[in-house]
Ligand binder design. Structure first.
Ligand SMILES: [Zn+2]
Length: 61
């Protein structure tokens, strides 16, 4: 079984591990993209919620 060869986004080195053995850059995996998207959604939700929260609070006074 061959491990998939990845190309480092920083230096272009081909490697098979989770981290580039040349510069130490972590391999960007499909899983990371999902986590980043999830955090983005959460951030958007929180900022949107706070925005409406403060606007509705201002309307009360
Ligand atoms: Zn690298």
């Amino acid at each position: 079984m061959n491990a998939p060869v990845k190309v480092c986004k920083s230096c272009g080195t081909h490697f098979v591990d989770k981290y580039c053995n040349h510069c130490g850059q972590k391999a960007f995996e499909e899983n990371d993209r999902h986590i980043l998207a999830l955090f983005g959604e959460m951030f958007h939700f929180i900022t949107h919620f706070e925005g409406t929260f403060w606007t509705s609070l201002k309307r009360c006074y």
